[in-house]
Write a protein that binds this ligand. Structure first.
Ligand code: DX5
Ligand code: ZN
Length: 237
């Protein structure tokens, strides 16, 4: 399918990126259609290798299948030890953005150049205890920065509050065109805080897929995020 470009859709100030990690993979296409009907900006795909993080998820063939049943952009979060080994295959499978972890990149500039040369948007992710300064040399060159607000590996963990300061700091260093994504423990309770801190792209996993009505929950998160963004704009004007 043709994927659109993932820029702001509709009237939302905040992008919503549901994570499929906690979806029911036996009924994936149905689950995706239900959530897409609520209006989302991208699908967040959590790729885990059991080395960089203590869990396995899915790989290239599953991403290719997902790509065939949606026209929503696919955002691949590579929690893997050797991102460049697999990035070309994920782009080929349909990923429009590739996010690598700074902890896996001894030469981050090279990593950014290589991913960009594949024709994908480039993202860099930081673990909860990784300081903002570690991405200083590439922050101007990436399309998105992902602040992990739980440790990589599992959906359904509790949001780590001390990450809010890092979100605020990074927000002050980034341009309006760059996306500041938060991932882990994002739900109705935490959305107002992360948006107030400056996040503009919200990964939401179990809050949506463990909800009794995933479509309604997606709409609720979206609306809450929109209101929080409007409040922040008002407060700063
Ligand atoms: C964790 C993943 C997250 C996770 C989000 O390693 O990167 O994307 O699936 O799930 P929740 O929203 O349940 O924390
Ligand atoms: Zn993720």
């Amino acid at each position: 399918m043709t994927h659109d470009d993932g820029q702001n859709r509709g009237d939302s100030l905040i992008r919503l990126a549901p994570s499929l990690l906690n979806a029911d993979f036996g009924h994936l296409a149905d689950q995706m259609a239900m959530v897409e009907a609520a209006g989302i900006d991208m699908w967040h795909l959590d790729i885990m290798d059991g080395h960089f993080c203590p869990n396995l998820s899915f790989g290239v063939p599953v991403v290719a299948s997902i790509s065939r049943c949606t026209n929503i952009p696919l955002d691949a979060h590579l929690m893997i030890a050797d991102p460049m080994r697999y990035a070309p295959a994920f782009v080929e499978a349909g990923a429009g953005s590739i996010t690598f972890h700074i902890e896996t990149a001894p030469q981050p500039r090279e990593m950014v150049r290589s991913i960009r040369s594949l024709g994908a948007r480039v993202g860099v992710a930081l673990n909860p205890d990784t300081p903002a300064e570690t991405i200083a040399e590439i922050i101007d060159d990436v399309d998105l920065v992902l602040v992990m607000t739980v440790w990589p590996g599992f959906g359904g963990q509790r949001f780590i509050e001390r990450c809010l300061d890092k979100i605020e700091l990074l927000a002050s260093q980034m341009s309006d065109e760059q996306w500041l994504q938060v991932d882990g423990g994002i739900n109705r309770e935490t959305i107002p805080d992360v948006v107030a801190a400056g996040a503009d792209t919200l990964v939401v996993g179990s809050a949506i897929f463990h909800a009794a009505d995933p479509r309604a929950e997606t709409i609720a998160c979206r609306e809450l995020a929109r209101r929080a963004a409007l409040d922040s704009l008002e407060a700063s004007s």
